[in-house]
Design a protein around this ligand. Structure first.
Ligand SMILES: C[S@@+](CC[C@H](N)C(=O)[O-])C[C@H]1O[C@@H](n2cnc3c(N)ncnc32)[C@H](O)[C@@H]1O
Length: 259
């Protein structure tokens, strides 16, 4: 029986709901092991900082409730590259336990707003609790899918996301939605898993699962072409660390055209 896009999305939702429940119930780890984006232990037994909290510096972790840090399942640190300013409106696609929304809210200050969008009720509840504990009030968590963002056109200054776009079953729709909600001249600063162009989709799938943030990764060339087709300029995709053979954590940046 073939797996449809709806089946895959439901599988993603179920796995990340489990992960949120594990953090909420204070059990060890993300609760779904290698079935979620998570740090892996090498043959030498050393845990490699390829996913999660280790990608944030100690100062940033110090600004956050423990549960927000523990829930981190990203593959980079979009706040480090998004260059946020006071008063800006930020949208985090697939906000999970809220780590990047809370950090964004602190950067844009009381005159700015940070939105987190996620489809998983358990993650949204965890993020709300974490934001309340962090004492940030300029945050809004929205339930929805990143392929149909529930915000008006031209309403956001910066779109961030951390290891989520690879989980989408319709990436052109996500990139089109980012372009729609951004104001003219608005910026994208996304962390994601990205494959080297030499790897076919089958070769990417051989290196890890879809829910584990590997099989659904775009290649660098596909990312650049997709963003340009959606109306972005100054597009760059920079590999930061290898997460599997030929697959990398990457910082993706772009700017919506001014007109
Ligand atoms: C790998 S986790 C990353 C969470 C968070 N960005 C972080 O850095 O910890 C993926 C998150 O994206 C959400 N997600 C995955 N696909 C989604 C989609 N199509 N629409 C909305 N949320 C999605 C999941 O519910 C989960 O919370």
């Amino acid at each position: 029986m073939s797996t449809t896009a709806d089946d895959l999305r439901e599988e993603v939702r179920r796995r990340y709901a489990e992960s949120a429940r594990a953090v909420t119930e204070e059990s060890e780890g993300c609760g779904c092991g290698s079935a979620c984006c998570s740090s892996e232990t090498s043959a030498s037994g050393v845990t490699q900082a390829v996913f999660g909290e280790a990608l944030y510096d100690a100062e940033q972790r110090g600004e956050l409730p423990d549960a927000a840090v523990l829930a981190s399942l990203g593959c980079g640190n979009p706040i480090a590259v998004a260059d946020l300013h006071e008063g800006e409106t930020v949208l985090d696609l697939g906000s999970g336990g809220g780590i990047d929304v809370i950090l964004s809210a602190k950067r844009v200050g009381p005159t700015g707003t940070a939105y987190g969008l996620d489809m998983t009720d358990e993650m949204l509840a965890l993020a709300q609790r974490n934001a309340a504990e962090a004492g940030v009030t300029n945050v809004h968590f929205l339930k929805g899918i990143i392929e149909e963002v529930p915000l008006p056109a031209n309403s956001v200054d910066v779109v961030i996301s951390n290891c989520v776009i690879n989980l989408s079953t319709d990436k052109p729709a996500v990139l089109t939605e980012i372009a729609r909600v951004l104001k003219p001249g608005g910026r994208v600063g996304v962390s994601d898993v990205v494959a080297e162009d030499r790897l076919s989709p089958a070769e990417r799938a051989a290196r890890g699962s879809f829910v584990g943030c590997i099989a659904g990764a775009l290649s660098k060339g596909e990312y650049v072409a997709g963003l340009e087709a959606a109306g972005f300029e100054d597009v760059s995709v920079e590999f930061t660390h290898e997460v599997a053979d030929g697959m990398h954590g990457a910082i993706v940046k772009a700017r919506k055209t001014d007109t």
